[in-house]
Design a protein around this ligand. Sequence first.
Ligand code: 13P
Ligand code: SF4
Length: 382
Amino acid sequence: MHPMGSIIPLLTEFEKEHLSERQPLPERYLGLSDAEMASRIAIARATLGNRLLILGHHYQRDEVIRFADFTGDSFKLARHIATRPEAEFIVFCGVHFMAESADVLCAPHQQVILPDLAAGCSMADMAEPEQLQQCWEDLQKMGVAAGAVPVTYINSAASIKAFVGEQGGTVCTSSNAEATLRWAFARGEKVLFLPDQHLGRNTAFKMGIPLDQMVVWDPNEESGGLDSEQVRRAKMILWKGHCSVHVRFTAAQIAATRAQYPGIRVIVHPEVPLDVVQAADDAGSTEYIIGQVKGSPEGSVWAVGTEVHLVNRLATEVAPGKTVISLDQFGCLCSTMFRVSPNHLLWILEELVAGRVQNRVTVSEDQKHWNRVALDRMLSIQ
Ligand code: 13P
Ligand code: SF4
């Protein structure tokens, strides 16, 4: 087990490969010192004033998030968009699906910018619109689509959200997943939940839906790899998708952590597998995790199962009275969130000062309407 305190994430070969997929920057933005970047970012922010809003997701690294005007989890950030209509430019330090949702939720005079366009989400990439269309047609052939409500996690492409909105479904976040399932079951007898099977399973199981009433739909198999009878019996049809960061947490890590730190509290994000949630003391969105740790009594010791930048920051913020360690001794890193660098942020801001908008993220007009319907439903469910 690592010593308590800050964790230096070790990069796997996979992560190194993906980090090299960062959006290239003009030469003059490479090799700058931290101090120079910090002072130039501060100057650009001051020049842009109220015209600029910088949003930062909790998984962003410190060198970036310290410039955010507002930080939060996916739900909180989505809600914040409507509160700053005076901001012409919304720079979203997060990943692509978050910027897309911001573009749908903001006013027409606002532009959403993602500092590195390569900052995607591997989970969101696990659901393609053609696969969802095929799935829905298969469910129609099986005679179950009419009674099924599609729910997509916000970690999905705008095309998926548009489809779900049009079919009477909604978007959820990890903050309101349980309320969303209650909403959906008030409207249909089954739920098609995508793309994260774990969030869907964990939430439904917590609500008392037994595992034998859940099936996994594999979009790469014919008819999802299921027969009509299996689908008819199921209340939850879980898309075969996952977060490659959160599936690295295991129940064995929890057992080892408890053995080493008797009395430790373990809290995990609901994107981890069911057995890990069962072995933990609590589970919830990034904002929930922060609230639980900060609200705990002095002297508390926590192991947290979520992205390493949030865990490290939380550890620093609650020290010295409380102790926070990562559940994974190497610290799980979201390599796509990590693509947003201070260099990219500086470039974006100095371009704005020069009157040029780079890296704007837009959702096409034909998809906007149903996205807005689905996201408005999400914002109304708590
Ligand atoms: P939150 O909704 O908790 O911010 O999580 C977003 C995410 O991408 C988790 O992996
Ligand atoms: Fe996507 Fe997982 Fe990264 Fe969240 S942590 S943005 S779900 S890859």
